[in-house]
Each structure stands twice: as structure tokens, then as C-alpha cells.
Write a new protein. Structure first.
Length: 312
């Protein structure tokens, strides 16, 4: 099979042996695979794949057709359209995925949209509702609202009856982000628009102090992205005074049980909203697998709304 491959911090297309599905696993013929910040970090050698995932083939989400079933796998049948968050290996013609983390592709989604759905909606849903316990009527602040996870979080908050505000650096994208259901701000001075019950941090350490200033009493900050920096200074007295909570979250390295639980929650609480047209998957641009290096450069350039997706 062909696959995007990390070689000396560059992306090249190489031939690899076809993977074989093991116990409880499914062989998926990949049709689309979204790019994510973790893939960019892996290319730079900063975010290695977890044990069991291909070390040199990036790709944290995929969508495709079931090609074959491993021993004991029975949840899906050959030909079914499926998608999943994976530890790696998604940017290839074939991938092996445990059936418990696979989800059916809702009928309205074409392949590019399906390939850009699992990671962003699972990450956003887990951060907002499992980690931060966002409730109807609460105020949410999303940093980096134009990205894949940001656009998913805004829509999920709106669907849950919460009020979303998003910071977006690119002025040209603010109107489009607002159409998803958020009040949109420039990043500078966002704390003046609080208080917020939940802050979803996708940018990183530079926002840390202002996030705490903007937080309501008993508010929650969930850090799921650090593209602008990972180290910052925190006033613990202010944290104590607001009875606030700061947590961090990643999906990639979690045990199978936790990943399966996150997938079931998305399957039951998010996919019906996608099927009903209440949630959408903004696609900034698609690239063929052969042009994976160009896709990575487009991602790195920024200034996009939604997902960059490889089609296979």
C-alpha cells in the first residue's frame, strides 16, 4: 500500500506492506484522512505515535470502507462506511482499526467530510462535556475558533443550549465563524468580554493569565492545544479565589477502553445531529494522497476555516 511517511521531518509517499487485521480489528480501505495539529507535531519529531500505531505513517483520523474483518470482529460488515480516531496510520490506502473505536459514517457526509469528522468532534465533545461538564445556558469561550476543533466546539455548544464566543485572529474568517453560532472576537482583549464558565484553550500558554481573568467563579479551563507555546505563569491565588479548575486532555494515547467510550458518546450524541443537519464539517481544502506534502504546508500556513483533508 502507499502511505504518507515521515522521513527526516518531511512527508513523502512510500510503499508499505499491507496491514492485516488482528483479533477484534477491522481492515479499512481509507478514502479520506483529515490533517490535525498532532500530525504537524509528529512530522517535526515532537509527538511520536503511541505503542501499536505505525511509527512513521501519520494520520489520527480516517474514513473509509470495511475491506476485511479480523478474528472476532462482528460489529461491521465488508463494504460498510466507517470512520474513527486512530493512534496513527490514517494517511494510507489501508489501515487496521479496532472495531470498538469505529463509528458508522452518517449518510449526509461525503468522504472528505467524513475524513475530517472523527478527531475534531470527538476531541471537542470530550473536552466540553466529559472534561468541562458544559451545561445549557453557560458561556463558553473557544480560542482558535476557525480551526477544526474550534468549529466543532462552537456547533456542539450551540446544540447543547450554551452560548459560544470565539477568538479568531484572521479577520477575514470571523464572519464565517460567526455563522456557525458564535460571537467572534479578536484575540486581544478577550478577557473584557467575560465572565465565561468554560474556556476551551486551543492556542496555548500565552492565553493562560487572561483566561483566568475571564473566568467566572467555579469556571473550568480545558487545554487541548499548545501551538503558540506550552509554558506559562499562573497566579494560584486567582485560581483559588475563583474556585476554578484547569485540566488538560489528549485522545491519542488513551487506553482502548477510554477511546471506545469516547466513540460511543459521539456515536449516540453527535452523529444524530450530523445526520439531522444540525452540525456541519467545514472543509478548507482537499489534497490527493500524492500531494500530502503540499497539504502539510497548507496546514502550516494557517488562515483556514475548518479542515484540510487527504483524499485517497
Amino acid at each position: 500500500m502507499r502511505a504518507a511517511t515521515v522521513r527526516e521531518q518531511e512527508i513523502v509517499i512510500e510503499e508499505h506492506p499491507d496491514p492485516v487485521a488482528g483479533n477484534g480489528e477491522v481492515l479499512v480501505r481509507v478514502r479520506a484522512a483529515g490533517l490535525n495539529g498532532g500530525d504537524m507535531m509528529q512530522r517535526r519529531g515532537l509527538y511520536p505515535a503511541p505503542p501499536g500505531a505505525p511509527a512513521d505513517i501519520p494520520g489520527m483520523e480516517l474514513a473509509g470502507e470495511v475491506a476485511a474483518l479480523g478474528p472476532g470482529a462482528a460489529r461491521f460488515a465488508p463494504g460498510d462506511r466507517v470512520m474513527a480516531v486512530v493512534g496513527g496510520g490514517g494517511q494510507a490506502e489501508l489501515a487496521v482499526v479496532h472495531e470498538r473505536v469505529l463509528m458508522p459514517v452518517p449518510p449526509p457526509l461525503d468522504w472528505p467530510a467524513a475524513g475530517g469528522t472523527p478527531e475534531v468532534f470527538t476531541t471537542a465533545h470530550d473536552a466540553l462535556f466529559t472534561q468541562a461538564s458544559l451545561r445549557p445556558g453557560e458561556r463558553l469561550l473557544v480560542h482558535g475558533g476557525a480551526g477544526g476543533v474550534g468549529t466543532a466546539a462552537i456547533q456542539l455548544a450551540r446544540a447543547a443550549g450554551a452560548y459560544a464566543t470565539a477568538t479568531v485572529r484572521n479577520e477575514q474568517l470571523r464572519e464565517q465563524v460567526g455563522e456557525l453560532g458564535a460571537d467572534v472576537l479578536a484575540p486581544d482583549g478577550f478577557a473584557e468580554h467575560g465572565p465565561f464558565d468554560v474556556v476551551l484553550e486551543l492556542v496555548g500558554a500565552p492565553n493562560l493569565a487572561a483566561n483566568l481573568d475571564a473566568l467566572a467563579p467555579s469556571g473550568r479551563i480545558v487545554v487541548i492545544g499548545v501551538s503558540a507555546g506550552a509554558k506559562g505563569e499562573l497566579n494560584l491565588l486567582a485560581l483559588m479565589g475563583k474556585r476554578a479548575r484547569i485540566s488538560g486532555s489528549t485522545l491519542r494515547a488513551r487506553p482502548l477502553e477510554q477511546k471506545a467510550l469516547a466513540a460511543r458518546l459521539v456515536e449516540h450524541e453527535v452523529l444524530p445531529l450530523i445526520e439531522g443537519g444540525q452540525l456541519s464539517v467545514p472543509i478548507a481544502e482537499t489534497f490527493a494522497l500524492e500531494d500530502a506534502a503540499a497539504a502539510y504546508e497548507r496546514f502550516a500556513a494557517g488562515g483556514k476555516l475548518g479542515k484540510i483533508v487527504l483524499t485517497i
